[in-house]
Design a binder for this molecule. Structure first.
Ligand SMILES: Cc1ncc(COP(=O)(O)O)c(C=O)c1O
Length: 405
């Protein structure tokens, strides 16, 4: 959606003293010792509760002996081949991904996203000004933690309803892009569920090449969608994937958040530098877990079933929440991002939902930071994770509507 410059929000936030703690720690503090008004239903953490795929136990058992070996940092050959093969099947790539030089295993994407900022700062050519890392606002906490660890200025790009919940690429001055080290994007986005279309991704990849920064697209929700599979950044990057890196995870795709397996793929020159850092700093991924991941990336049946379960719950949200709180079924991901400004805003609504309904949700304010003008793009919202089973989700949504009206 294009906007006039007058409508655009100021994008550069001069990092006011902000609370960098985890949103969940802040939520626990907010709720204090107040008791849930009804039997508790936790819709705060995005931890999938769907059944694990059936092959996890048998594959682990077959590979048990490999707990006796240190895993190679870059991942086993089989894992990297499985991830590269899956990328080729999942996306419309112009050429296959090279498993040897263009894929690295991660111990889940969180650590990968965090360490990528530090590697990026080392990798980019000298910046024309103080190095900056651009992140959407609201955002997943590891991006900001990485930017701080890399000693870069964190620039929060507001992702509000007025710009389709994605950072406005037209609002980025050349001066800022020329000193950008990395640009984090999440598509599908957590919390809003927005999906960047192919044209947006092409444009962003072009800016990254022109100004010499890296795009880190967090694609961990890519398999949870309503209609169309979300496009990926590698489809939009040039044939050499220059300046583009994608982050994938089995936590959401395969409901395996405890397995701790994901991967980064893309620009081979960056991945080489990233591996240097990872060799000395990153958590390795146990080989039996990588064997499970090989099976997971070679199976789509459990992913289709997982998506069906989420879609059934979004059907419930369509019925129960309907047109309230600015709700629109998100294009991807598994969150509701509900506008509760009329109910006192994110913290007041979260407290009431807990005290009166036993429903635990995250105040949107804790998922975002104030912009330069002091406004916080999350203040009016709560995030509701659709991770419980259908019955618990329906119960929670009925209670939510009963309390918030
Ligand atoms: C946007 C986003 N990125 C990354 C992650 C990290 O997931 P994991 O480390 O389990 O791969 C999460 C988890 O909630 C997330 O919501």
């Amino acid at each position: 959606m294009s906007m006039t410059s007058a409508e655009r929000q100021p994008i550069v936030s001069p990092a006011p003293a902000v609370d960098m703690r985890s949103p969940f720690v802040r939520l626990t503090e907010l709720l204090g010792d107040s008791k849930p008004g009804k039997p508790a239903i936790n819709l705060s953490v995005g931890e999938p509760q769907h059944p694990m795929p059936p092959f996890v136990g048998p594959v682990l058992a077959e590979n048990l002996a490999d707990f006796g070996r240190y895993p190679p940092n870059k991942g086993s050959d089989q894992f990297r081949r499985a991830a590269a093969g899956w990328l080729g099947r999942r996306y419309k790539l112009k050429r296959p991904v090279d498993a040897d030089s263009e894929v690295l295993v991660l111990n889940g994407t969180r650590e990968g996203l965090f360490l990528a900022a530090i590697a990026a700062k080392r990798w980019v050519a000298k910046r024309a000004g103080p190095p900056a890392i651009l992140i959407p606002n609201p955002f997943y906490a590891a991006y900001a933690a990485g930017a701080a660890a890399a000693e870069c200025e964190t620039v929060y790009l507001p992702a509000r309803v007025t710009n389709g919940f994605l950072p406005d690429l037209d609002a980025l001055p050349d001066e800022l892009l020329a000193r950008t080290v990395a640009f984090y994007l999440a598509s599908p986005a957590n919390p809003q569920g927005a999906v960047a279309d192919h044209a947006y991704l092409v444009r962003l990849a072009g800016l990254a090449r022109r100004f010499g920064f890296l795009v880190f697209n967090d694609e961990c929700y890519c398999e949870i969608y309503s209609k169309e599979p979300p496009p990926g950044m590698l489809e939009a990057a040039g044939p050499d994937f220059a300046h583009a890196v994608v982050f994938h995870s089995l936590s959401k795709r395969s409901s395996l958040p405890g397995l701790r397996v994901g991967f980064a793929a893309g620009d081979r020159r960056f991945l080489g530098q990233y591996l240097e850092l990872r060799n000395v700093a990153a958590p390795q991924v146990p080989l039996p877990a990588q064997a499970v991941a090989v099976a997971a990336y070679n199976d789509e049946k459990h992913v289709e079933e997982n998506r069906r379960l989420y879609n059934a719950k979004f059907d419930l949200a369509d019925q129960i929440v309907g047109g309230r709180y600015g709700y629109k079924r998100p294009a991807g991901g598994f969150f509701l991002w509900l506008d509760v400004a009329a109910m006192g805003g994110s913290e007041a609504a979260s407290k009431r939902l807990w005290r009166e309904a036993g429903v635990r949700v995250v105040p949107g304010r804790y998922l975002a930071r104030p912009q330069a003008d002091g406004s916080n793009p999350g203040t009016d919202y709560i995030r509701v994770a659709m991770v419980q089973d259908k019955e618990a989700t329906a119960e929670a949504l009925h209670r939510l509507v009963a309390v918030l009206g």
